[in-house]
Design a protein. Structure first.
Length: 152
């Protein structure tokens, strides 16, 4: 995780760097494993770890999209997977475009595209503090940037 937060996170800062590995796993297994897979890109001791782990992350991403419990960490994981694409030997097999579209649609479903806290889109009360508003706006901006990059 340290490699991710030192090499990759400064380029696309959508995560809370103060959380530890266990916190991310409890928050969302997809987000945890996405951080691990991206951080393993330059792991010199075993150059095959990226290929091995990337085969397992795509099914986890799609099953996480189907779960409706915590969409924000799923959106973060999908955006990270789109920003640092998984290796593939064919554009036909590349799932980046579907993940990008899914992240944008999940974000729209929870009201990230609306200024404020998105209470109209939530079933549970949403905290109405300024930090939450900024976080949601920043996450929506990341969705827009990634979707423009891939033309979704």
């Amino acid at each position: 995780m340290t490699r991710f937060f030192t090499q990759y996170h400064p380029l696309f800062p959508i995560l809370d760097a103060s959380l530890g590995p266990n916190d991310y796993y409890e928050l969302c297994p997809l987000l945890f494993w996405t951080i691990i897979v991206i951080g393993s890109r330059r792991y010199a001791e075993d150059p095959n770890v990226l290929e091995k782990s990337s085969q397992l992350i795509t099914p986890l991403a799609f099953s996480s999209m189907a779960l409706r419990s915590s969409p924000i960490p799923v959106i973060q994981g999908l955006l990270l997977l789109c920003t640092w694409r998984l290796p593939t030997n064919s554009m036909y097999k590349d799932m980046t475009y579907m993940m990008c579209g899914s992240a944008v649609h999940l974000a729209t479903q929870i009201g990230l595209h609306i200024s404020g806290v998105g209470q109209d889109f939530a079933r549970m009360p949403v905290k109405k503090d300024q930090d939450q508003k900024v976080f949601r706006a920043r996450l929506w901006l990341c969705c827009v940037i990634v979707s423009i990059r891939y033309g979704v």
